[in-house]
Design a protein. Structure first.
Ligand SMILES: [Zn+2]
Length: 96
């Protein structure tokens, strides 16, 4: 994965699993390089791991406060992003 903002290889200073359901993991990641916070939903698929993320200004605890039912799909993460006041067009497909 690369950071959606600075595009450096993402070596997160902080990664926290916010929610897990079945094969979907919702993660909060803070970039070690530029300190940008992102939320990402990572799903295991037959053709590999897919990660979709969005930048967020929220801290981990604020993300946790926004957590309702665990998001489980890309549609859910868009809804989740919208709950965090992130525009869907800011969603970025992380590079593997
Ligand atoms: Zn970065």
């Amino acid at each position: 994965m690369t950071c959606p903002l600075c595009e450096s290889a993402l070596q997160p200073a902080l990664t926290e699993v916010v929610a897990v359901q079945q094969d979907a993991h919702l993660l909060y990641v803070r970039c070690r390089h530029c300190a940008t916070g992102s939320i990402a939903i990572v799903t295991a698929r037959p053709d590999g791991i897919q990660a979709v993320g969005a930048l967020t200004d929220l801290t981990l605890s604020e993300v946790l406060d926004q957590r309702g039912h665990p998001p489980v799909s890309e549609d859910d993460v868009i809804e989740f992003a919208s709950a965090l006041s992130i525009e869907p067009n800011q969603l970025t497909l992380f590079q593997r």
